[in-house]
Write a protein that binds this ligand. Structure first.
Ligand code: ATP
Ligand code: MG
Length: 182
């Protein structure tokens, strides 16, 4: 996996497979604390203790056409740059995956195209509510598709014109804050 956005896509796919209807993606880039953190929470079916134990093993999967590498690969990427991965989960309470990275570590993968990742997720899962929160030092951004859907009334959120507005909004914030994160 070349960048963290692709890891995010992979972890969110787990949430969708677990029948989540609400998925929160929270990214913090803090150059003063020298930390980049990613937290993905869902209200899906969650994992019991036995499954949680196994999930750290590469090749553990409950899906027939899967490789079972999503979580172990993210854990490895975090470990490679002085970070860690934590999982909080339980049947009926959903799942939260938190990964932390040393921001300036030489081996830290770039965040990559997080705007594209969010757009792909929102456009291809119109029935799931996504909450995207992103902080870059003192600048914060938040987007909640449940609120957008309320304003849209019967207009589908994945209508190309709507998707373009969301994309431009995320992208404008990313560009305006990029300088502050160098
Ligand atoms: N958010 C989640 N909610 C419930 N179960 C989960 C969640 N994330 C992972 N799991 C369980 O852990 C297993 C392993 O997840 P992991 O992402 O490592 O591999 P995978 O999704 O099975 O395969 P791959 O990601 O390589 O396509 C999943 O098959 C699923 O059973
Ligand atoms: Mg997976």
């Amino acid at each position: 996996m070349q960048d963290l956005s692709l890891h995010i896509l992979d972890i969110v796919e787990n949430s969708i497979n677990a029948s989540a209807t609400e998925i929160r993606i929270k990214i913090v880039e803090d150059t003063k604390e020298n930390i980049l953190s990613i937290e993905i929470s869902d209200n899906g079916r969650g994992m019991d203790e036995e499954m949680l134990r196994k999930v750290h093993d590469p090749f553990f999967t409950t899906k027939c056409k899967r490789t079972g590498l999503g979580i172990p690969l993210l854990a490895q990427s975090a470990k490679e740059c002085n970070g860690d991965l934590a999982i909080n989960t339980g049947p009926g309470i959903g799942t939260t995956i938190s990964a932390r990275f040393q921001y300036d570590h030489i081996d830290r993968k770039p965040l990559g195209d997080i705007c594209k990742t969010m757009i792909v997720l929102i456009a291809s899962n119109p029935d799931v509510d996504f909450i995207y929160e992103h902080r870059r030092n003192d600048n914060s951004y938040a987007l909640n598709t449940a609120e957008i859907k309320k304003e849209l009334d019967d207009v589908p959120i994945n209508l190309p014109d709507v998707i373009k507005i969301i994309k431009d909004d995320i992208s404008a914030w990313l560009i305006s804050t990029n300088i502050m994160i160098q």
